[in-house]
Design a protein around this ligand. Structure first.
Ligand code: GNR
Ligand code: NI
Length: 159
């Protein structure tokens, strides 16, 4: 396992659309392992999408600290979305900024795990927020694009 560098806001990579994973190779497995390590290392992030480490593939990892533990998503698709919730979001690629974003209250997501098996997961609360935030990364969208009233909050300068 290894830490990967996190790509920051101004990098055009974050604005690209990621491509599906067609074969789960050892390279993809290492990517998943490295992403989890990087997510846990970096200020207890609760999610990380592959484009954030410079890899334009449809992969993300999430651990919101609930009973699910570490969740890995390959070629995810949000297949149902219901209701609305507002949450103050942040992003490891956008340090020092937060914004309120309106997301679905509940989502159903379909994806593959690292063994290539398809699974479905229903989520609400923070897990639903995080799934939508990570899924946006795969489409070149940042949470700041969706800030309620376009309002960005500046946190304390980091480091
Ligand atoms: O660590 C993260 N925290 C977070 C808080 C509120 C809403 C979304 C997130 S995701 C973010 C990690 C990240 O940037 N994932 O892409
Ligand atoms: Ni993010």
């Amino acid at each position: 396992m290894a830490l990967r560098n996190i790509v920051l806001e101004n990098d055009p990579l974050l604005r690209k659309t990621s491509r599906p994973v067609d074969e789960i190779t050892p390279r993809i497995i290492k990517l998943l392992d490295d992403m989890a390590e990087t997510m846990y290392y970096d200020n207890r992030g609760i999610g990380l999408a592959a484009p954030q480490v410079g890899v334009l593939r449809r992969v993300f990892v999430i651990d919101v600290g609930d009973d699910h533990g570490l969740l890995e998503f390959i070629n995810p698709e949000i297949i149902e979305a219901d209701g609305e919730q507002e949450y103050q979001e942040g992003c490891l690629s956008v340090p020092g900024k937060t914004a309120k974003v309106c997301r679905p209250a509940k989502v159903k997501i379909k994806a593959q795990n690292r063994n290539g098996e398809e699974f479905e997961l229903e989520a609400d609360g923070l897990l639903a927020v995080c799934i939508c935030h990570e899924n946006d990364h795969l489409n070149g969208i940042l949470f700041t694009d969706k800030a309620v009233d376009g309002k960005i909050y500046y946190a304390e300068e980091e480091e």
